[in-house]
Design a binder for this molecule. Sequence first.
Ligand code: F6P
Length: 324
Amino acid sequence: IKKIGVLTSGGDSSGMNAAIRSVVRTCAFHGLECVGIYRGYEGLMEGDFINLDARSVKGIINKGGTILKSARSEEFKTKEGRQKAYDKLIESNVDGLVVIGGDGSFTGAMIFNQEFDFPVMGIPGTIDNDIFGTTHTLGFDTALNTVVEAIDKIRDTASSHNRLFFIEVMGRDVGHIALNAGVAGGAEEILIPEEDLGLERLEESLRRSRKSGKSSSIVIVAEGDKIGKNIFELKEYVDENMSGYDVRVSVLGHMQRGGSPSCFDRVLASRMGVKAVESILEGKTNFMVGLLNNKMELTPLENAIKGKSKINLELLRVSDIMTT
Ligand code: F6P
């Protein structure tokens, strides 16, 4: 292995820049060349590459987003698209690829590896934390801190006005952000796709919380939750069926994906970049690096994508007890 390419793909997350920096510097440390690939698989198919040395990644560890930009590519899902990508890599003498992204990006990397026997290594970067084989994906911790800060602020105004707030957080298919931020922000109820709470239980829980003397309430809703799918309909439902509630909705949206990465994400990104490059050097391929029991471990890409939900059941229970 002489030259490694690195790209960021799919939804961006804080910590991606710190991971790029780590990949580039680990390459430099081991005397390898490194190229950055712009716009994920789109730039890979076009050969939109830039040579990166240790100094090119200065001053980015604290920056959100990704200096390499990110994209979701339809063309890379086709055999022709992947052939183009392979040709560009060979043309530029790149002989290993680090893919920073989520499950869609890993699926592409895995198929690419199988078709061309090209060494690939994944670094999990998504705020959703929906990847198996790591307790934390890059950007999850930063997003959590952003959400908790937002909940704290909304709670101030909610309690001044005795209001019920539904706060929607990201998580298309999973409730990691909702559950963790909900517990940390003291939410009265948390709606996540992994647990079908049902409207009746929500109503009951709101009534219980009012009876216990609470004048305001915060309900955290993961965007993928069944009854929270349309959070404005949820508000309408409460307006129409439960008297005495002054309801407001707040959708936090893409602010959750940006911002300077937390200390945790910076350290994690630095560790993951080192492990990714050194694993390729050891001849490993088609794996993802992850954090398990505070150690860097490799998980086959296939398992990382297909692994079952890792929602923390203990946390669900803690959340239930905290709403007493
Ligand atoms: O990064 C994953 C995610 O945050 C999902 O939770 C969300 O549904 C999605 O990205 C939205 O991303 P986009 O606007 O880029 O399609």
